[in-house]
Design a binder for this molecule. Structure first.
Ligand SMILES: [Zn+2]
Length: 422
């Protein structure tokens, strides 16, 4: 199913919860117990109002008692790790060697890649995720299958060919010239596809598996086409040591990306746990975003990301599942783990903080904050209907249940106003 805008305005009735720009009383969310969401023929939200009989001329799809929410945005996950979720072979470098690299090598088989791509998009939609920012494998044909699957599911997706030309198994290693040519070809085929729902992202796996010439060529390609960059940084201490062994010319981990031209205002850096104050300062100056992946960090024992370091410097933070080190596609699990992560550091996040981080905050971090992330007039209508138990009533209980309970089911999902789930 492709995400074409509906031909005429449509209206949806339900409870509704959305982030809003901070109001004078400090509220960051808006909750309506009985709302009318009207979507225009262009796939944008025309209005969000309390329900009133006769306010909309036309049929209204009554989704009560479901809650209408912005579709979730998963800002960091790995398509070829769909089937290795829960492989407890960490920490990071051991887990890559034992569980991830052997599985990613299977994606040279295009039939296998197509099969798992269908599972991947199905899992996202069943979890209420309508936008994903995703690593493919290093195989160009597998990446092509991923884009086909995103298109046919009607998802909004930013995806990239994972670049690796050193310190990895032969089956995954792609030399610089070949990898850059394949990336350029995928940009031509897919960037801006699906009426703009699809984007290609420059995707160096991480500094240890990328040569300096590869990263420099990737940075040029990103610049030439104004592409997002996604990679990993400072997830694990042994990874940090491997980075400096591979790139002894750099003063620290962030300096590797900085000197090759990848540390841009469109760079998404996953994890950011073991960063020095200097590195945090450079990320802030460059305008790069950190993608917080707390469930993965717990699973691999990687450490705790300090949100306070990001907030003190106004670094934009998005939330990612990091499937398959993250144990679920469900961003509600991500919010709950972010709460636990903050607790471990003596910080406290409210359910409203977590909801805003997972929606508008993550949209801002990936550069889509004007288009999606909240249910407000003018935004593109990416939204879900979530069914909570009937005893859950009111804003506070809805937020608590959304973030911490796992028994709410996704009933419907829409991207740019078009139904994409079930
Ligand atoms: Zn990752």
């Amino acid at each position: 199913m492709s995400a074409r805008p509906p031909e005429s305005p449509r209206a949806y009735r339900g409870r509704l919860l959305t982030p809003i720009a901070a109001s004078p009383d400090g509220a960051a969310v808006r909750f309506l117990d009985d709302a009318l969401l009207v979507v225009g023929g262009d796939g944008r939200i025309a209005s969000v109002t309390p329900f009133a009989p006769g306010a909309f001329r036309g049929p209204v799809l009554d989704l009560r008692p479901a809650v209408l929410l912005p579709g979730f945005i998963d800002a960091h996950l790995h398509f070829p790790q769909t089937r290795v979720i829960g492989s407890a072979s960490g920490p990071l470098l051991d887990w890559l060697e034992r569980s991830v690299f052997p599985e990613e090598a299977r994606f040279r088989d295009e039939g296998y890649a197509a099969l798992v791509a269908g599972e991947f998009t199905g899992r996202l939609l069943a979890s209420g995720t309508t936008t994903c920012v995703v690593f493919s494998s290093s195989c160009a044909r597998a990446t092509d299958r991923l884009f086909h699957a995103l298109l046919s599911a009607g998802l909004r997706g930013i995806a990239g060919l994972t670049l690796m030309d050193q310190s990895c198994p032969e089956a995954l290693r792609v030399p610089c010239d070949e990898a850059i040519a394949a990336a350029r070809d995928l940009v031509q085929r897919w960037h801006g596809g699906g009426d703009g729902l699809l984007e290609f992202a420059i995707t160096p796996r991480f500094a240890p598996t990328c040569s300096r010439p590869l990263m420099e060529a990737a940075a040029r390609l990103a610049r030439d086409h104004d592409l997002l960059v996604q990679t990993h940084v400072a997830e694990n201490p042994a990874e940090g040591e491997a980075t400096l062994r591979a790139h002894p010319w750099a003063r620290d981990y962030v300096d590797v990306y900085d000197r090759v031209g990848l540390l841009t205002g469109r760079a998404l850096l996953a994890h950011g746990i073991h960063l020095s104050p200097r590195e945090w300062d450079r990320i802030a100056e460059a305008g790069s975003s950190i993608i917080h992946c707390p469930d993965s960090n717990f699973f691999l024992g990687s450490g705790r990301m300090r949100l306070s370091d990001a907030r003190a410097r106004a670094v934009s933070v998005g939330l990612g599942s990091d499937v398959g080190a993250g144990r679920s596609f469900d961003m509600r699990r991500g919010m709950s783990s972010a709460f636990d992560n903050a607790h471990c550091l003596g910080d406290r996040l409210s359910p409203a903080d977590l909801f805003v981080m997972a929606t508008q905050g993550t949209a801002d971090a990936v550069g889509l904050g004007r288009a999606i992330g909240s249910l407000e007039a003018g935004k593109e209508a990416d939204f879900i209907a979530l069914r909570l138990p009937e005893h859950v009533l009111g804003e506070a209980a809805t937020l608590n249940h959304l973030v911490f309970a796992s028994d709410a089911t996704v009933q419907r999902a829409f991207v740019r106003g078009s139904p994409v789930y079930p």
